[in-house]
Design a protein around this ligand. Sequence first.
Ligand SMILES: Cc1ncc(COP(=O)(O)O)c(C=O)c1O
Length: 358
Amino acid sequence: MNFASDNIVGASDPVLQALVKANDGAMAAYGADDITKRVKARFSEIFEKDVTVLLVTTGTAANALALSSAVPPYGLCVCHKEAHVIDDECGAPEFYMGGAKLAGLPGAGAKLGAEDVSAYLHGLSKSIKQMPPKALSISQVTECGLVYGLDEIAALGRVCREHGLHFHMDGARFANALVALGCTPAELTWKQGVDILSFGATKNGCLMAEAIVVVKPELAEALDYRAKRAGQVISKGRLASAQFEGYFADGHWLANARHANRLAQLLADGLARIPGVRMGWPTEANEVFPIVPQVLDKALKDAGVIYHPWPGTSLPKGESVGAEEALIRLVVSFATREEDVHKVVEIARSAMSRLAAE
Ligand SMILES: Cc1ncc(COP(=O)(O)O)c(C=O)c1O
């Protein structure tokens, strides 16, 4: 039972079928094919706006290229201190921004609050010695599994406008956030001031397909060149686009995300009912973060449940992980089976009652 991440599974059937369909015959290369044209138009329909779309193969490429469009080499990009862009991408954003820096701010649940960002920006010196802030990047879903509400994004959008910052959203789990909020892609992004989005699809059903969705035209100007220099102009582009065709057809992407979120809730509810287990953060999308006794952590691992430990640095105020406890992350994907969720809960429940009886 593998709950290590949502990218430990393969691609979903409709995505694979779309790929097989697109595989036949010859088509123009480098994204000049009809499938790519259709998919780009579909993004504009989905976002209810003429967006510029660049398809890439990884989330790191999407983030690094998106931020390189938004931040000049002398600029600063504000993000959470545990954001994927600052913590998990081996400096790719800074590398592609060509000298610019990421400034990581604290915030419970890996969320940034508008007031904190505003205070930080007001506190920066206007001196030539200070890199000027040029962009804000948030992760939706956050690294602690939380979903920014529309009002929270709107408030950050206002801060960006006040300070002249471009607003980037790392949407590696965009679909999970979307169905959690029950809003439209437009409401989740540009209607709240988001200018550029890393639209994740790999974790939710694709093989390796992510998109940069650009709302603000000036950020799209050099994107093709940046992508080429990063080796992200895919020669058999139709095979990247076909993944999106399968992903979007008949609301497949939303069904996948709903499945993952529902099972994550089931897992969280089941674990939270076990004495000695509590949640580090509430389960708002497809990730579950229980704080468990170390003996239970060991029992779960011994039973073959796979997951990662997680840092407790952004736990809510007053919450902490005790000396005999562990904070762990279990991620549910579109392919997770409900029976496996029940199995994990059962393993945890019986392990805890056995340990209590000893
Ligand atoms: C918040 C976040 N952003 C981006 C990514 C994409 O990273 P990758 O380059 O592994 O596709 C991930 C994947 O773990 C993520 O969790």
